[in-house]
Design a protein around this ligand. Structure first.
Ligand code: GDP
Length: 479
């Protein structure tokens, strides 16, 4: 655990310059944006007459996401399916076709709404489809630690075969360890060649059953509706193999599939329940937001009084808008919900301040120094190939300083120049110096966009000489 000097000062409502002075007395020469560890922060806080209460993540999050449920409480639950595949191979058409074929039946007067996921019934068994096709959302959720999907339907157009995004989708599904069912789509088209698709899939190490492997494939047409039932049956078959289970009789846990701020209704989030049963009146936290469930609506816009495992519902009643991929948990009361979300919001702020500290720190410090001493700062971002060079350059640059002007190294890092270096530099209008390193493509583009100069060197002397010349331009004109 660590904190920037700025954030520590903020929390104590003290001036950061006083914190810096105190650290200096203890022999630590640090800047406003530098990060200190929790022990140091505690010492400083106590010395400044504050009482310290350390709140750890473990304290706050304790018991929030329960561990395994007792096996005797587990019941079979519906599978959650995501459709992936190359653009134009029919992901959206397939989602629409399945929904039209299944949801409409018997739902008199129901108006289907896009809430981010929907459920269909096949032979009395439910299947949940995530309504956002593609692997971007899927992996975004995964990056946040959430597992949203049990089965991936890989759509491959029979007249087009395996394409770049097909391969990407396979890679994402495999990385997430989620089984794949192949839907060979557009079988109604004259050029359809399903065997070519199966052969091409071999090079992606997806061996379908007819090729002697165990990957299920179904020839379908989203247009004619051919084999949609069979596809659903295969999903159910695969889910039986997976033995998907959850305990419905407990407080709910789940994941946010979609969320937005609705003009009339306030924050609206589609929650996919994964464990337990969600009910109106429940108090839940999702990421750094919380709310009390005011109403739950299904994909037909109908109010529902409970949502069990694998059921997606639109939840009304959040105080703020959570983010897709946020994990959801029901907590015992409002105070607990506030405690958790306050803590998480603070964490987010701190992280942002550590990341952006170069910005705020340098600007604030630059202004402070200018006022206090009349001394001018020359901000720089330094990236070098090895730590030794970075240190040698930083030292040489610091020695260049006079009473009137000095180098201010916002960041002295090791490795290639990245986009985040540019962001840092841009906020302080600082040039970037690369010593035996280059900028990657995104960084070069960002630098061009933000008007940030990147200078490359491979001789320390040249670098120092250039900065010396630039700094002399900053010297106050003779009065
Ligand atoms: P996505 O980009 O993967 O979501 O693909 P879309 O669902 O938007 O479909 C791309 C195009 O292929 C559209 O013009 C669809 O009408 C068409 N399409 C999708 N499925 C089929 C199908 O089974 N047969 C035929 N003939 N066309 C299809």
């Amino acid at each position: 655990e660590a904190i920037t000097i700025q954030e520590l000062a903020n929390r104590m409502a003290e001036r950061s310059v006083d914190v810096i002075k105190l650290l200096m007395k203890q022999g630590q020469m640090l800047k406003i944006n530098d990060v200190i560890d929790a022990d140091t922060a505690e010492l400083i806080a106590e010395e400044m007459g504050h009482t310290v209460k350390r709140v750890s993540e473990a304290d706050v999050e304790e018991g929030l996401f329960s561990t395994e449920d007792d096996p005797s409480t587990m019941e079979a639950r519906p599978p959650v399916v995501t459709i992936m595949g190359h653009v134009d191979h029919g992901k959206t058409s397939l989602l629409d076709a399945v929904r039209k074929a299944k949801v409409a039946t018997g739902e008199a007067g129901g108006i289907t709404q896009h809430i981010g996921a929907y459920q269909v019934e096949q032979d009395g068994n439910k299947i949940t489809f995530i309504d956002t096709p593609g692997h971007a959302a899927f992996s975004q959720m995964r990056a946040r630690g959430a597992k949203s999907t049990d089965i991936v339907i890989l759509v491959v157009a029979a007249d087009d075969g395996v394409m770049p995004q097909t391969k990407e989708a396979i890679a994402h599904a495999k990385a997430a360890d989620v089984p794949i069912i192949v839907a060979i789509n557009k079988m109604d088209k004259p050029g359809a060649d399903p065997n070519r698709v199966r052969t091409e899939l071999l090079s992606e190490e997806l061996v379908t059953e007819s090729m002697g492997g165990d990957v299920i494939d179904v020839e379908v047409s989203a247009k004619s509706g051919q084999n949609l039932d069979k596809l659903l049956e295969m999903i159910l078959l695969q889910s039986e193999v997976l033995e998907l289970q959850a305990n419905p009789d407990r407080t709910a846990e789940g994941i946010v599939i979609e969320a937005q701020l609705d003009r009339g209704r306030g924050p609206v989030a589609t929650v996919l329940v994964q464990k337990g049963t969600l009910k109106p009146g429940d108090i839940l936290v999702a990421g750094s937001e919380w709310g009390r469930v005011r109403a739950m609506l299904d994909e037909n816009g109908k109010q529902v009084s409970e949502a069990g495992p694998a059921k997606p519902v639109e939840v009304l009643g959040f105080q703020g808008t959570p983010a897709a991929g946020d994990m959801v948990a029901v907590v015992e009361n409002e105070a607990r919900a506030r405690e958790i979300t306050d803590y998480r919001q603070r964490q987010i702020r701190e992280k942002a301040s550590v990341v952006a500290s170069g910005t705020r720190g340098s600007l604030e410090q630059m202004m402070n120094r200018l006022q206090e001493t009349g001394r001018k700062e020359f901000p720089l971002v330094l990236k070098a190939d090895v730590q030794g060079s970075a240190e040698a350059i930083a030292q040489a640059l610091n020695e260049l300083g006079t009473d009137e002007v000095g180098a201010r190294i916002l960041l002295s890092g090791v490795g290639g120049i990245t986009e985040s270096d540019i962001t840092l530099a841009a906020a302080s209008k600082a040039p970037i110096l690369g010593f035996n390193v280059r900028a990657n493509k995104q960084a070069r583009e960002a630098a061009q966009r933000d008007g940030i100069e990147i200078r490359y060197y491979n001789v320390i002397y040249d670098l120092v000489d250039d900065i010396k010349a630039a700094m002399s331009g900053l010297l106050s004109p003779e009065r």
